[in-house]
Design a protein around this ligand. Structure first.
Ligand code: NVA
Length: 248
């Protein structure tokens, strides 16, 4: 069935649809035809609902967002890197994407972020550096090395992204207070099918983050995960509810 037809059917049955799917185009088409609000719950390009929870977590931690520095390490051209880059730029958060050159974000995403940064004053840095990049970080962030639909790329990514792992050696370079964020799921041990498989094939029991750092006092990923519920409820209420929202 075409997305247009499915959209019309779902739109007739529901007051809103959150799609956690694959292609960005599909979600946009759904929004075009459904006649009800459609929320992007995750696509191969963007992860906007995660952004609300992430920046809510940063706000809970730091109060003011402007001028804080977020460093994302890992796959620099996936949905999370794209979303963190652009959302940081909108909000005036200084953002560093630390990734191998072959995984730099696409130019049109960088351009979009730069445009927002002109207004917000955010500093954008796309770099292959790791230890110098995290030096003055307020928050460090990572995501899985292989995203949805790329499951055949494990070998290539493990080899490419090993130097971008968040581990104690790296966090030792951070000066001052910092927090750790991760959108989850995380491959920090061998308690998952992928984790076990990667250990058997490549001899590493942890991927984008070591178990030690995942469990460190600076870790906020479970607070961040809880905030997914509050932020999605807020998104739905603002979109579909009859709310009185006082000015902050
Ligand atoms: N980059 C990850 C995000 C998971 C929330 C993926 O697309 O699988």
């Amino acid at each position: 069935e075409s997305v247009e037809d499915t959209s019309k059917i779902l739109g007739s049955m529901f007051d809103g649809i959150e799609v956690r799917g694959f292609s960005q185009e599909m979600v946009e088409d759904l929004g075009k035809y459904a006649g009800v609000p459609v929320w992007n719950g995750l696509t191969d390009e963007w992860h906007p609902t995660q952004m609300i929870a992430d920046f809510m977590t940063l706000k809970e931690e730091f109060g003011e967002l402007k001028g804080r520095k977020l460093v994302y390490l890992g796959d620099g051209r996936n949905n999370m890197a794209n979303s963190l880059l652009v959302t940081s730029a909108i909000l005036g958060v200084n953002i560093t994407i630390s990734t191998p050159e072959s995984l730099f974000p696409e130019q049109h995403i960088i351009d979009m972020a730069k445009k927002y940064a002109e207004e917000s004053g955010a500093i954008i840095d796309i770099t292959t550096e790791t230890t110098t990049a995290v030096k003055d970080a307020d928050a460090i962030y990572t995501d899985v090395w292989v995203s949805m639909g790329e499951e055949d790329k494990f070998e290539e990514r493990v080899n490419l992204l090993k130097p971008y792992q968040i581990n104690k050696e790296l966090t030792n370079h951070i000066e001052g207070e910092w927090i750790l964020l991760h959108c989850l799921p995380a491959f920090h041990d061998t308690e998952t099918v992928y984790g076990k498989d990667i250990q058997e094939r490549f001899g590493i029991g942890q991927m984008e983050i070591t178990d030690e750092v995942f469990r460190c006092p600076q870790a906020r990923q479970f607070q961040q995960a809880e905030n997914r519920m509050h932020s999605i409820k807020a998104i739905m209420a603002v979109t579909n509810g009859n709310l009185f929202i006082p000015k902050a």
